[in-house]
Design a protein around this ligand. Sequence first.
Ligand SMILES: C[S@@+](CC[C@H](N)C(=O)[O-])C[C@H]1O[C@@H](n2cnc3c(N)ncnc32)[C@H](O)[C@@H]1O
Length: 307
Amino acid sequence: MDIRTALKDAMQRLRAAQVPSHTLAAELLLMHVTGRERVWLYAHHEEPLEPAQAENYFELVARRISGTPTQYLTGKQEFWGLEFEVFPGVLIPRPETEHVVEVALERFSVQRGLSFAPHTSLGGASGGALRIADVGTGSGCLAIALAKEFPEATVVATDISAAAIEIARRNANRHSVSNRIQFVQCSLLDSLLCSPLATRHSPLSFDLIVSNPPYVGREEADLLPREVREHEPHDALFGGAHGSELYAPLIAQAGKLLRSGGIFVCEIGAGVLDHVRPLLADASIWTAIGVTNDLAGILRVLAAQRV
Ligand SMILES: C[S@@+](CC[C@H](N)C(=O)[O-])C[C@H]1O[C@@H](n2cnc3c(N)ncnc32)[C@H](O)[C@@H]1O
């Protein structure tokens, strides 16, 4: 079987099974199996696939049809132009989460009177390296993207899941930022508020705290696409019955750990803004509150500055 026939056959099977983005899925799986780029596949579409490759390919296509996300089959997902390893114990990074990085960069640029320019080297309030925390790091995508953008920053990345911490560490190694990111398995920022980590992070003041916490309500589980509900980790999806459960402790901890002028940026779900915004209402703690839409026009990122 040649490449063109295999691709065509896979696309037909995926389309018939109503798999979203069936063309892309067929291509990504064939790229994974052959180790070739898309452009190579189309330039060499008459070349034969080895029988073992064809067998492997159609096995992956069948698993995709039965609901496994493409990224768990290929083991990777791109985020902020970087390739991240993913597996079923960790949430697949979503494109809309890139807005968290964008908002953080914009806020810093405005604060320092700089034009918005990625890869800018910025210092912290005291002129030392920026101190960043990422809460619920998952694959490490936010922590690593920010470490890349701020080459002198140090980052603490927490997650309640041991599997997430392990994969985030691997991704940090892959992107050569592991020397600047400390991974901590704990709930929210608990380990930073109590010793022994607190004593190692003195003074406890961060310039930036980001988070994409779980924000789907368990009551809404049935509304999620089946492949998300059945394949992605529930700890990464569900933030209590209504979805907003983690924001109150997260924002309270961020208020304690940010320096004056420090920035808080978090992702929000469509339904949680009304519950979350009042948590930033205390004007003696928070100022410059802003909400940013994603490309689909959905309110996606909430940001505020510590007074
Ligand atoms: C929506 S995922 C976000 C993962 C990653 N930051 C991203 O944007 O792709 C939420 C993450 O928070 C973690 N998590 C859930 N509850 C937590 C808690 N109480 N403390 C710390 N992390 C938690 C989950 O394990 C998961 O990795």
